[in-house]
Design a protein around this ligand. Structure first.
Ligand SMILES: [Zn+2]
Length: 103
């Protein structure tokens, strides 16, 4: 039932005007205005973009860590094998890959 805002008469849900005074009835189940819907959509889009950017950032961060660890392992291997070749090669390869991946 919809109560008329002017005279208080109860009207049927699907009535558009009050049966007693003719006042235009406003349904309580109003859909959100287009402006609000637009804002919601914009915020949703923003959060998705943020999420994607965050994921890309995380991935890049993780990749950088992997490269750092690779260099570290190359350095450790160099120390143990008493040869600078693995370190030099490791740094060169990791540096090249990181540069190619634009990190
Ligand atoms: Zn009325």
């Amino acid at each position: 039932m919809i109560r008329c805002t002017k005279c208080g008469t109860q009207n049927n849900d699907d009535d558009r005007f009050c049966c007693k005074c003719g006042q235009k009835l406003q349904s309580e189940r109003r859909p959100p205005s287009s402006k609000q819907a637009g804002e919601v959509r914009f915020l949703e889009k923003l959060s998705i973009v943020n999420l994607l950017a965050g994921r890309a950032m995380l991935k890049k961060c993780l990749e950088t860590w992997i490269y750092c660890l690779a260099v570290l392992f190359a350095a450790l291997y160099s120390v143990f094998s008493r040869s600078w070749l693995p370190l030099v090669l490791g740094v060169a390869v990791v540096g090249l890959v990181a540069w190619l991946r634009k990190i």
